[in-house]
Design a protein around this ligand. Sequence first.
Ligand code: UDP
Length: 482
Amino acid sequence: MASGHQIPMVDMGKLLSQHGATVTIVTTPLNALRLDPMVTAHSADSGLEIRLLPIRFPCAEAGLPEGCENLEVLPSRNLSRNFFDATRMLQQPLEKILRDFQPPPTCIISDKHLPWTVQIASKLRIPRILFDGMSCFSFVCSRNIMMSKVYEQQSDLETFVVPGLPDQIELTRAQLPSPFNHGSVNLVDLREEIVEAEKASYGWLINSFEDLEKAYVQEYRKTKGDKVWCVGPVSLCNEGDSEKAHRGNKSSINEGQCLKWLGSWPPSSVIYTCLGSLSCLTAPQLIELGSGLEATGRPFIWVIGKSGITSTDDDFQKWVIKLEGRVQHRGLLIWGWAPQMLILSHPSVGGFLTHCGWNSTLEGICAGVPMVAWPLFSEQFYNERFIVKVLGIGASVGACAAIRWGEEGKAGVLVKREDVRKSVEEVMSGGRVSEEMRKKAMRLAEMAKRAIEGGSSYLEIKAFVEDVKQISNKLRQEVKDL
Ligand code: UDP
């Protein structure tokens, strides 16, 4: 239960409903409130069958403050353990609800962080389909690093080449996701459960498209078999401004005001900066980021998320007020949630400074804008290499280490203002290299659109719906025959 997983799940639900499926999205009450505008707008406009089904989240039972139904609002990352324990307590109520479903469900599409859904699927004799929110490239990197154990002989900052890839990808141990990089919060048992549940799953839905990462999709299929469907980029199911504006949470800025500001700048001139829904940079690091943006001399939007543990410090607030005075009309600051998709699809946006979350990466690709890559944690360093080295549509700020979950406050300053300024210039300068990136990004955007509008992803969703219908009928028949 985090935006990077919930938002694409709802988008996927919309796409499935367009293919004739009746979709129920099970979530908790506060998440349902956040997702309701996405679902309501879709079903009202299209008449398609998609609905939210909230079930109570047992915060108190798991030792969480009331209302902590999403990773974004956890007061400390050290409560992650409690958070996952609470999600585990949803197993029984969900099983009960699904048993009473009429007509009975055909399949369950589950986020990977809910491994216990495998037991429900097995009891109800329906297929469980896994969604892990990552690309095939990330999966293959992780798998090859794990199998070769190449990182074990390296010191934290020593570079190694990821073995067995069609591209030359270099990383350091410090940039790898936990478990390769000593995660600080102990979630080893959850990880093991996730691996076991994967093995027992029927298939995989991937938010990606064939032409984006062909060699890696093939490699993924070699490992997982043929029940892998690449159905993305799922965000492209949001077409109008209203759908684009209401994704995942209520915007902290009036959409009209935002569009008016964007409309006051020439095409491809604005750099949009957002480091995702979970980033927690220290105040000194945020100051380096803001100073770097100021030093570019270009118009910018900077989304300062609210989940930052130190971003609300008094000193930082005072610094930001002075920054706003200096950049005046040229900088638009958004405190909280930005209508990211709406902003990215505006013609004035010419670059995207991103933390390389997979959804943001895909949204940048769909918008056809080159990216400035500032990975923070998780599989984001893989995505950074994918953007910069494989696709050639971005520049890196040069982050050298992942920020550890639960230890964000200790990270200090990893990226300097000059690094930010230089990498933004690489992408926005209009010189030969930057124009080459822009052209490639625009080509990819067209390919993404084609994939969803009748191309590979469209056909794969169709094939997925048919496959699941068949297997579900077969399983039902087996039960009757018993
Ligand atoms: N997002 C948004 N507004 C914000 C922050 C995030 O709309 O202010 C959306 C973004 O468009 C993406 C998702 O939240 O769909 C974040 O997912 P991603 O995988 O990029 O990163 P995460 O937040 O999971 O690290």
